[in-house]
Structure formats: structure tokens, C-alpha cells
Design a protein around this ligand. Structure first.
Ligand code: NAD
Length: 349
């Protein structure tokens, strides 16, 4: 089995590539290497004969056709995307290009490739389209997202992902491409670019910098350890039913403030600083259109895929903090050159 992973130099994509290689499967990682990519995330597999890398933009149909024909993949796991909500507020164009147009071009390239496969290889082929729970919009105090929850995206990011989910499903209904859509809650773990909440807070807290918390920190996310998500996506390749959607979540709701305070307390215990880290917390202007609460019902994935997350939030966050402490060479260049921690996404004209 050879899997084409798009966005394999990003946070979740690199976890999928590493896990596929450990499982002895061949991988071709197709990545444009945007600011969010870090080739060092693949250091542990870059010399594995089962691993190949192609630098390409999913919007470039000719390049993607050539990669399909060079590698003849058995499956595609499509993760390439612009992924940061705050950046989508400041500049939506890249999100529309990659997430909507790029997904369309990839689906078309996959359809062309699939139509020329032998019946045996067609029966095996899968296209896993990786999406987010943010397409469902915001929850109040009660309730959870199910696979049939109507879409109500709030941000340019989630709207672009919603558009691509609809395209992916239409390519199944109209053309019979064996597409499976996954909608996952917020991921955290090693190798996450330090613009997202958890790595930003860990690194600022390590360096004794202020810890920005949007609004009152009351927004709730349902956190999932990244390797648990990667296992879920591989389970989808093996046991997911084409044409179906599957929700993944950690059953682990926390307010943003509780997450930040936990990170402070763990770092105070492991690497004590001159002051308690909670004193670095600063409440800052909220994100425009900030969704209040996300919570996933993942019972379909438990039931049909036999998938359950292995990591509790408390274990996963300790492991994540240890990883950032031990892997400065991975994050220091990004912090110095790519993103220094400045505020993004305030929707100024
Ligand atoms: P990321 O930003 O860390 O990585 C994205 C990768 O895609 C990068 O390596 C980047 O270079 C690549 N890329 C971007 N544009 C490209 C293009 N035009 N062509 C080829 N490659 C391109 O993102 P992530 O957090 O790993 O998310 C991966 C996927 O999972 C995304 O589709 C995202 O919407 C989805 N998702 C993320 C989360 C989360 O919490 N991070 C949760 C649910 C779903």
C-alpha cells in the first residue's frame, strides 16, 4: 500500500507520515512547504526507503497528475491546507486558494487517476478528506456535534473547509470517487507550529513572556492528541466506508483559560522560573466571530472503526511540554524568523 499524504510537512500530516512509515507502509508526502511546514518534523523517516517527498502545490493540476502517475498510490490522505483561523481573518485569499481550489484540483486529479485504475485497484482506492469540527459552528452550553449536524461555519478558515467538504462529498455522489470525510476537534502535541494556542503558550511560558488569552478565556475546545488523530485517519483508510463522514474528538472539553493555567502549573513544577507563570496571563481583545464551544460525538468512529483515543489530556499535555523543552532546535528558527508571536486576526480594514 502506498499512501499519498498532502500537507505531510505540517503538524498532523507529519504525524500521519511517521505513523504510516512505522507501520511499514510506503508514503509520498506532497507539500508546498508554506510558512507552516517544517521539514525537520520528518527527520525520523526521511531516510526510510518507504518515504518519498515531492514539493508541489495542490492547486497545480499538472504537478499533481505527474505525482499520481509516478507513485500510483493506493490512497490519498488530504491534509494540505491553510489552517490558522487568525490568519484567515487577516487574509482569506490563501485559504480560498488552497482549501477550496486546491481541494477541487486534487479531487479532479484523483478522479482522473481513479478512472484509469484496474477494477481491483479501484476497489482498494480511498480518498480521505481531512476536515475540522469548526465547520459545524458554535455550540451553547449543551449538546455535541454529530455527523449530521448542519454546517454553520463562522470564520473564513472554517467556511473554506466547509466548501471543500461539500466538494469532496459531491465527488463521491456524482463521480463515485471513494471519498471519506473526517471532521476532527482541536489537535495538540509535538511538532505544532508555534502560532496555535498550546505551543504559543508553552513557548512564551518557557521564555517568561506574556501569555495572551482571548476574551475571558471561557471558550471551550475538545482536545485530541495528534497521534490519536493520526491513528483514526489510518483506521479510516482501512475500515471507513466511502461516502461517509466520521467525527473524531478527544471527549476532553477544557476552557482556554484552564489549558493555559495547566501549562503554567506543569512548567512551574518542572522548570521553576523567578515568578509563578500564571502571573504572565493577559486577557486580550477577543477574536472576531470567536466560536464559544466545540464538542464532538465520536461514537460512530468508536463503533465502526474500533478507534478510541489512547491519551488523556493530562498525559498528552505533559508529553507535549517535555517535547518542546527537549526540541529547541525544531522551534527556535521558526520563532526567530517566521512568527515571533505578534497578534494576528483583529479584522482591521
Ligand atoms: P498545518 O498548517 O500544520 O500544515 C499544513 C501543511 O499543508 C503545511 O505543511 C503546508 O506547507 C501544507 N500546504 C499548505 N498549502 C499547501 C498547498 N497549496 N499545496 C501543498 N501543501 C500545502 O496544518 P495542520 O494543523 O497539520 O492541519 C492539517 C489538516 O487538518 C488541515 O486540513 C486542517 O484543516 C485539518 N485539521 C486541523 C486541526 C488542528 O487542530 N490542527 C483539527 C482538525 C482538522
Amino acid at each position: 500500500m502506498r499512501v499519498m499524504v498532502t500537507g505531510g510537512s505540517g503538524f498532523i500530516g507529519s504525524a500521519v507520515c511517521r505513523l504510516l512509515c512505522v507501520d511499514g507502509m510506503a508514503v509520498v508526502n506532497v507539500d508546498k512547504l508554506t510558512y507552516a511546514a517544517n521539514p525537520r518534523s520528518l527527520d525520523t523517516i526521511s531516510n526510510d526507503p518507504n518515504y518519498a517527498f515531492e514539493r508541489a502545490d495542490v492547486c497545480e493540476r499538472g504537478a499533481i497528475d505527474a505525482i499520481f502517475s509516478k507513485y500510483s498510490p493506493t490512497a490519498v490522505v488530504h491534509l494540505a491546507a491553510e489552517s490558522h483561523v487568525d490568519r484567515s481573518i487577516t487574509g482569506a485569499a490563501a485559504f480560498i486558494n488552497t482549501n477550496v481550489i486546491g481541494s477541487f484540483q486534487l479531487l479532479e486529479a484523483a478522479r482522473y487517476y481513479y478512472s484509469r485504475l484496474t477494477p481491483d485497484r479501484r476497489a482498494q482506492f480511498r480518498f480521505v478528506h481531512v476536515s475540522t469540527d469548526e465547520v459545524y459552528g458554535s455550540l451553547g452550553e449543551k449538546g455535541r456535534f454529530f455527523e449530521d449536524t448542519p454546517y454553520q461555519p463562522s470564520s473564513p478558515y472554517s467556511a473554506s473547509k466547509a466548501a471543500s467538504d461539500h466538494l469532496a462529498h459531491a465527488w463521491f455522489r456524482t463521480y463515485g470517487l471513494p471519498v471519506i470525510v473526517s471532521n476532527c476537534s482541536n489537535n495538540y502535541g509535538p511538532y505544532q507550529f508555534p502560532e496555535k494556542l498550546i505551543p504559543l503558550i508553552i513557548l512564551n511560558a518557557i521564555e517568561g513572556k506574556q501569555l495572551p488569552v482571548y476574551g475571558q478565556g471561557s471558550n471551550i475546545r475538545d482536545w485530541l492528541y495528534v497521534d490519536d488523530h493520526a491513528e483514526g485517519l489510518i483506521a479510516l483508510l482501512r475500515r471507513g466506508r466511502p461516502g461517509e463522514k466520521y467525527n473524531f474528538g478527544g471527549d476532553c472539553e477544557r476552557t482556554n483559560l484552564a489549558v493555559v493555567e495547566l501549562i503554567c502549573d506543569i512548567l512551574d513544577r518542572t522548570v521553576p522560573g523567578p515568578h509563578l507563570r500564571r502571573s504572565l496571563i493577559r486577557f486580550v481583545t477577543d477574536r472576531p466571530g470567536h466560536d464559544q464551544r466545540y464538542a464532538i460525538d465520536a461514537s460512530k468512529a468508536h463503533r465502526e472503526l474500533g478507534w478510541t483515543p489512547r491519551n488523556t489530556f493530562e498525559d498528552g499535555i505533559e508529553r507535549t511540554i517535555d517535547w518542546y523543552l527537549e526540541n529547541r532546535a525544531w522551534w527556535e528558527p521558526s520563532r526567530a524568523k517566521v512568527y515571533k508571536g505578534e497578534r494576528l486576526g483583529l479584522a482591521e480594514a
